[in-house]
Design a protein around this ligand. Structure first.
Ligand code: HEM
Length: 142
């Protein structure tokens, strides 16, 4: 019953297509700021990289939950959407994990390691694929 009520809210407000924008903006901004901080040595960029990844870690599970509630009949049996469903679910776990990793780089010494940046770039590539698959399903008939 609660699930049906939530599904109705998500369907009526289009909450999934709204929340995807937060995940899709915060993760690249974070990775870009951390890379730029490495190049320029600017601490403000590094702090922005840290905080934006923390916000991405908070919002992405909601992005994925609203995706599950937004699932429609015409998504069933579509290969790209099967990948979208499971890749999105994996990202809902991996992005918060990445955010926790980033959070452990304390306020004083806020530069992340090369290993962290490598992992963040891999997740960013997966996120681009994720957005592409969702967009193909929504816009390919237009
Ligand atoms: C990181 C997580 C996710 C991201 C970034 C993401 C991204 C997207 C994007 C960009 C769209 C196109 C929306 C538009 O512009 O109108 C979309 C649509 C959609 N996504 Fe996701 N998504 C995620 C997770 C999920 C999950 C876990 C599911 C389901 C289990 C899901 C189900 C859907 C559905 C049903 C649509 C609409 C497809 C249609 O209109 O037939 N998404 N998603």
């Amino acid at each position: 019953m609660i699930v049906n009520a939530l599904r109705r809210i998500v369907m009526e407000t289009y909450l999934h297509p709204v929340l995807v924008n937060f995940t899709a903006a915060l993760v690249p901004v974070s990775v870009f700021c951390d890379l730029a901080a490495r190049g320029t040595g600017k601490d403000s960029l590094s702090q922005t990289g840290r905080w934006t990844m923390l916000f991405a870690g908070a919002v992405t599970p909601l992005t994925a939950i609203t995706g599950w509630l937004f699932w429609m009949k015409d998504d069933v049996g579509v290969r790209g959407m099967a990948i979208h469903k499971w890749l999105g679910t994996a990202l809902a776990l991996l992005i918060p994990a990445l955010a926790l990793w980033r959070a452990r780089t304390g306020e004083a010494k806020s530069r992340p390691s090369a290993l962290y940046l490598g992992a963040a770039l891999v997740l960013l590539a997966a996120l681009v694929l994720q957005g592409h698959l969702g967009g193909v399903q929504v816009f390919s008939d237009m």
